[in-house]
Each structure stands twice: as C-alpha cells, then as structure tokens.
Design a protein around this ligand. Structure first.
Ligand SMILES: C[S@@+](CC[C@H](N)C(=O)[O-])C[C@H]1O[C@@H](n2cnc3c(N)ncnc32)[C@H](O)[C@@H]1O
Length: 351
C-alpha cells in the first residue's frame, strides 16, 4: 500500500494527525470493516465562527442537490445557518468514509440528542434508509436534579448503519436483570433454577400433532415427538396441570439478547475502570461492545475523530487491526501512548 501519510504529521503507524477528510481522500489501504465516529458535537458558537465560505458546497458523485435543499430547509426552520455549517462539515466526511468502507462493513455514529436527528438524515442519504440497522440510546450519566423547564438530558444516540445487507454481526447477550431473574427463574430441581419456555403450539404446524403423556394440545407441540421424548427422559420438561413447558436452566441461559437501550455502561466520569485522559473520552466497555458486535478478529477498525483513541485501544485488545485520525496533535499523542501500552501479542498489524 502507498503510505497514506509520508510527512512529519505521522506520529504512529496507526494514528495520523490530520483532518480525516484529506486523509481518506488519498487513502488507498485496505477497506474499512468497522467505523466508529464520535465527531465534535454541534456547538453553535464553534460553527458560526467558521468562515462564511464553509456554507454548503458539495462536490462529487453523491446526491448533493438533495442535501443542499435539505440544508436550506434546516436553515429556514432553525433561523440561522450554523447548524447547516455543522452538517456541511460532516456530510463530505461521512460520504468519504462510506466510499472507503468494505461492502460487509458497519458504521456507528455517536451524537448528542439535539443535533442527532439532522445528522441521521445525512446518513440516510449516504447509506440509504434500508441500511439503517438500529439507533442505540446510551445512558451516559446518572439522572440529575438541577433542571429548569426541561427533562434531564442524560443520553446520546449511536446510529448504526451497514454498507450492504450482507454484514458482520455477532449477536451479544447481557446478564438478565434482578427483577427478571426473580420473576422468571422461580422453579428449581436438582440441576438448578429454571424458567418455563412454552412447548405447546399456538398455531398448527404439520407433523407436530400427536398425543404425549396423555396430552393432545389443540394446535400440536412445538417440538417433534423424538425431541420431546428426549427432553422428558432427561427431566427437562416441567409438567403442569394440562400444560407442559421446557425448562430453561439459569446456568445454561445466555442472558438477554442485546437491545437498543444501553444503561449498563458507565461513562468515564463515573467509573474508576478507565482513567480519563481526554475531555470527551468514551469508556472502553462501550467501544468493546461495538467492536465485538460488528467485526471479527483481523478486521480493520477506523476512528476518524479518534480523540484519546478509545476505539483503537478496545479494537486492538480484541485482535482487530486499527487506524485512526485526529486533527489535534495532543489527541494523537495520547492515542499513540495508549496503543503502545497494549501487549503486541494481542495486536493485529495494519502496515
Ligand atoms: C468527541 S472527540 C472524540 C473522543 C473519542 N471518542 C475518545 O474516546 O477519546 C472529537 C475529536 O474530533 C477531533 N476532530 C475535530 N475535527 C476533526 C477533523 N476534521 N478530522 C479529524 N479529527 C477531528 C477533535 O480534535 C476531537 O479529538
């Protein structure tokens, strides 16, 4: 590969001190399998101070006319164009990221609630609504009480898109909560605590109508006779009055499949696990979950706005190859230090 950055901005093999747009424009390395980005949030002052020339001007083969008219509508409805400047900063970067992604790749964009829905329109435009997978709501702080005429804003959105319909996805499970455990795993036998899963059909299915142990359910059984017999022989069927259930043992249960509201990961300020090195640093646990969910060992994970490098650290620890950019030299230095501290044994290498 042609090294994407030959000049003295290059402070580490995997991290580059550069605007992600110019970096990606000439990047010709391996396609990006997973992109997580946590861009600067929309702060009116910051974006209204930018030069007037940053007003929307989209080049290239994307649907720029549509996006221009979208931005004009936003300017009209929000009574100013600083949000438009913000969106015009993000749009070409998002479009360039999509160009460099692998066809099995995924993107997670982390954003505040106020600007989030506007940014989501950009993502729909670039990826297509059909490639939107989820909107994750991450609870980033404890409830707070110093509120005046608004509800506590304690969560962020993370928009999850894929490049195509054929993408890497590893379903994850989280531990069941206490209430669910005490309500559902209330039975026990010599094997341990168990919950009851239905084995009687609600709608008829061919080959599942038979009498077993004196019970003939009107719509049949969920299991074929041989399977039901085998479960029963092993003591894995719970017989109630005219009902039967499969026993789901607590020690064999995987937990609950991961849903789109994440309240179980504490922000950096609330935990001693990660030490804060950067003002907007995100917790490693958040990034590890995203990496595990949507990539496999050896995949290339890229963070265009890498800050203190949390994405790269989590990904490298999980055996992924990593790549990051940040416009701040201080951020790149912190990221490089953090990556350097990870044992080489765990790491994949890009170059
Ligand atoms: C919210 S922070 C990212 C924090 C990061 N997720 C972490 O865990 O530390 C956003 C970062 O984007 C960087 N940034 C802003 N504009 C950029 C650009 N055009 N290209 C690359 N990085 C940029 C900032 O320097 C900042 O470090």
């Amino acid at each position: 590969m042609t090294h994407p950055n030959q000049d003295n901005k290059h402070l580490g093999g995997e991290v580059f001190n550069e605007d992600c747009l110019s970096f990606l424009a000439r990047y010709d390395g391996p396609a990006l399998d997973l992109v997580y980005l946590d861009p600067p949030y929309f702060l009116e002052r910051q974006f209204s101070l930018e030069a007037a020339s940053s007003r929307v001007s989209f080049q290239g083969d994307w649907e720029h006319q549509q996006i221009e008219s979208y931005c004009e509508k936003i300017a009209a409805s929000t009574g100013g164009d600083s949000l438009v400047r913000y969106l015009s900063f993000l749009y070409p970067r998002l479009a360039m990221i999509r160009k460099r992604m692998s066809e099995r790749g995924s993107l997670f964009l982390h954003i505040g609630q106020r600007e989030g829905p506007y940014v989501r329109m950009l993502l729909d435009n670039i990826f297509g609504l059909k490639h939107w997978r989820s909107t994750i709501t991450w609870q980033r702080s404890h409830p707070h009480n110093n509120l005046t005429r608004a509800l506590g804003n304690i969560s962020d959105f993370i928009y999850y898109y894929t490049a195509s319909d054929d993408f890497t996805f590893n379903l994850l499970h989280t531990p069941h909560d206490e209430v669910y455990l005490s309500n559902c795993f209330s039975n026990s036998d010599e094997r341990g605590q168990y919950a009851l899963a239905p084995i009687i059909q609600e709608r008829s299915r061919k080959g599942h109508h038979y009498e077993y142990n004196g019970v003939t359910p009107p719509h049949g059984w969920r299991l074929r006779r041989e399977t039901l017999e085998a479960y029963d022989k092993e003591g894995r069927v719970h017989w109630g009055k005219n009902r039967a259930y499969k026993k789901v043992y607590l020690h064999e249960a995987k937990g609950a499949a991961l849903q789109n509201i994440w309240t179980d990961i504490y922000n950096i300020t609330r935990t001693e696990v990660d030490r804060r090195k950067y003002p907007t640093q995100k917790p490693e646990k958040l990034l590890s979950r995203i990496v595990e969910l949507s990539s496999k060992p050896g995949d290339l994970v890229y963070d265009p706005f890498c800050g203190s490098g949390t994405t790269l650290v989590s990904a490298k620890q999980l055996g992924r190859r990593v790549l990051g950019t940040d416009i701040s030299a201080a951020a790149v230095e912190i990221t490089t230090d953090r990556l350097g501290a990870i044992t080489q044994a765990k790491a994949g290498s890009l170059f």
